[in-house]
Design a protein. Structure first.
Length: 291
């Protein structure tokens, strides 16, 4: 079922990307690093292969005078393959470790009524290709479905720059094949997005800030009396920064910095995280711009 949804989303996006009247962009990149050593290498170095695939798709259109539709789809998947020294002193390749994994689709309808702010409604699906958090690897797990409605404001919008924000009521459904039961919550969500060229158009910068405050949680009673009791009430933060330097038409340098703060952990047996998590990746690789 989840695979079918992904295929339908891809078909929809490809149809829209090639349709007339849509403002579209599609960036696809592949970063690869490799080193290897023979079995009789004197040093203690080991071979490794790291690769990461990223795809960022955008399709936006003013459907009517009063309805604007914006769709974004992000894919990311990467692995590191490392050697190890076996008992017979030969170097063998271990099972690859996942380094990045993301599926993120969002469709937003903004009603351009000529007011100070625009009413909007959106739906978002977040998942990953492989879930290796348990003994059994699951595909397309876990899943978060978010429905939001509220008001939005576009402060800057031209060919190169855009600044917008939105505030609304959000309802989230959490589906996890490793959990005893699914859960849901609802609260207030704030999102701000900004994109702009830097350094005389040599670098593209994109940032997205997401703040979410839950007002109710379906499993709150299950958490009473534990260290997790009030975690679902804490504000959750997700803030990503993407710097892309286009060196040539086919080669780019990509820097990703992500900050996450989320005290709520759906797995009550997992280690509790109550501080900001940081992720940074830097890669030089191939990029192909479809549009």
């Amino acid at each position: 079922m989840k695979r079918t949804i992904l295929i339908l989303v891809l078909v929809l996006f490809m149809t829209v990307l090639y349709a007339e009247g849509w403002n579209t962009s599609a960036d696809v990149s592949l970063n690869l690093n490799q080193n290897s050593y023979s079995d009789n290498w004197a040093g203690d170095e080991i071979g490794a292969i790291s690769w990461a695939f990223n795809a960022n798709l955008l399709a936006e259109k003013q459907l009517t005078q009063k309805i604007n539709n914006k769709n974004t789809l992000k894919f990311a998947f990467g692995q590191t393959h490392s050697q190890y020294v076996a008992v017979d002193s030969t170097k063998k390749w271990a099972k690859p470790d996942k380094t990045t994994d993301l599926i993120d689709f969002e469709s937003m309808f903004r009603f351009t009524l000529g007011l100070v702010v625009d009413p909007f409604t959106s739906v978002r699906w977040e998942s990953q290709f492989l879930d290796e958090s348990s003994d059994e690897t699951k595909s397309f797990n876990p899943n978060t479905l978010t429905e939001t409605f509220g008001v939005a404001r576009v402060f800057i919008k031209d060919e190169k720059r855009e600044l917008s924000s939105r505030l609304g009521a959000a309802f989230k459904l959490y589906i996890d094949g490793n959990a005893d039961k699914n859960s849901n919550d609802g609260g207030i969500e704030f999102v701000a997005e900004y994109r702009s060229p830097l350094a005389n158009d040599l670098i593209n910068y994109n940032t997205k800030l997401n703040l979410y405050k839950a007002l109710f949680y379906s499993l709150s009673e299950d958490m009473e009396g534990t260290v997790y009791e009030d975690d679902w009430k804490a504000v959750r933060l997700s803030w990503e920064h993407i710097f892309t330097a286009i060196i040539t038409k086919l080669i780019n340098l990509n820097l990703y910095v992500g900050l996450i703060y989320n005290e709520m952990d759906l797995d009550l047996n997992a280690e509790r995280i109550d501080e900001i998590q940081f992720k940074q990746t830097l890669g030089l690789g191939l990029i192909y711009k479809l549009f």
